[in-house]
Design a protein around this ligand. Structure first.
Ligand code: SAM
Ligand code: SF4
Length: 336
């Protein structure tokens, strides 16, 4: 028999699951998708009932935190009902946190309900406060709609963390503006280095790369930054801005090795489990799920087998100015 918890070969406990519930999105961010994407046919997607069964299996195996992502999770039909039903694991105390990463476009509609079902914090992705730049980077997005969504989330009592992809020559000039806007709104902000994901024909990813070291150095010209010990088991490092008390995060998937404390795995909307964001290896969990509708035993065995293959680390490397270890799938498929 398998042990009731998930521990990988490097003795890392796996207690964090990120779940992409759809590969579809109402935006087409330039670093994430091409403008004309081919999405998965519906039969390939896990149904919401299958998602519930699969995520619940992870909860029973010791996963304490689940992040719902995509694609844009809030455009999947029925996703609120799914989350409402799933929040029973919060009520039972088996799950510490259910959260979401969203582009913010649907928050005006959903924020209150998210709070009511027990969600307390959400991440909203936003790269610029300039309307025309926002249209350029998201291709299809509208900034006022997202800002209104953020207002709705705050009004509903949700803590909001802004995730900003740092893009050289695009939002460099907004660094201080974004930080002080977040302070005014009482939101944390995390900057993310752009990662080599998917086949995005017309974008030069190396040109877009802006290192966190450089970004942090720019911030230090104005603010005193103190490293915080807080670790999430992921690629984020946090500092406190002494002048304001604000917290700023830096996610450096390319230039730093965070893998030794990795506690997470990712589930795609068609039931593939990726043990590492930067590796191609995955396990098909949809098959044991669909082949055995009334027994979770084969599913649990497949999860354990997958965790036993979790690699020590990833292969992203920009050091020789080539995109080595480029992973062919899109971020919207694996979930950011
Ligand atoms: N649609 C939602 C959103 O935008 O927040 C959730 C999914 S999105 C794939 C999750 C996060 O991944 C977003 O913060 C997005 O900016 C980030 N992302 C997408 N492609 C990326 C890339 N190539 N490098 C770094 N971050 C990326
Ligand atoms: Fe959609 Fe999020 Fe990807 Fe932008 S980053 S295209 S909002 S999934």
């Amino acid at each position: 028999m398998y042990p009731p918890v998930l521990v990988d070969p490097f003795k890392r406990s796996i207690n964090y699951l990120r779940v992409s519930v759809t590969d579809r999105c109402d935006f087409r961010c330039v670093y994430c998708m091409s403008e004309h994407m081919t999405f998965l046919p519906k039969r390939e997607l896990l149904t919401l009932e299958e998602l519930d069964r699969l995520c619940s299996a992870f909860v029973h195996l010791g996963v304490r935190k689940i992040r719902i992502t995509g694609g844009e999770p809030l455009v999947r039909r029925g996703i609120l009902d799914f989350m409402r039903r799933f929040s029973r694991h919060l009520d039972s105390g088996l799950l510490d946190e259910l959260t979401v990463t969203t582009n913010g476009s649907q928050l005006r509609r959903f924020a209150t309900q998210l709070h009511q079902l027990g969600m307390r914090r959400i991440n909203v992705s936003l790269d610029t406060l300039n309307q025309s730049k926002f249209s350029r980077v998201t291709r299809w997005g509208r900034l006022p709609q997202v800002l209104d969504g953020i207002d709705a989330a705050l009004e509903a009592g949700l803590r909001v963390k802004i995730n900003t992809v740092a893009l050289k020559g695009f939002n460099e000039d907004e660094l201080f503006n974004l930080v002080s806007w977040c302070r005014q709104m009482d939101m944390d902000i995390t900057f993310i280095e752009v990662m080599p994901m998917g086949d995005i024909a017309d974008e030069d990813r190396i040109g877009q790369y802006w290192s966190m070291r450089d970004l942090r150095a720019q911030l230090s010209t104005v603010y005193s930054l103190t490293d915080l010990a807080e670790r999430t088991g992921g690629p984020a490092r946090y500092v406190r801005v002494e002048e304001t008390g604000q917290k700023i995060g830096f996610i450096t998937p390319l230039s730093h090795n965070f893998c030794e404390s990795c506690n997470r795995v990712r589930l795609t909307c068609k039931g593939e489990l990726y043990m590492c964001l930067g590796q191609e290896d995955s396990a098909d969990l949809r098959k044991p799920l669909r082949d055995h509708p009334s027994s979770d035993t084969p599913l649990i065995a497949a999860i354990h087998e997958a965790i036993a293959r979790k690699p020590k680390g990833h292969d992203f490397d920009y050091s020789r100015q080539v995109v080595a270890g480029n992973v062919t799938r899109h971020m919207s498929h694996t979930g950011g």
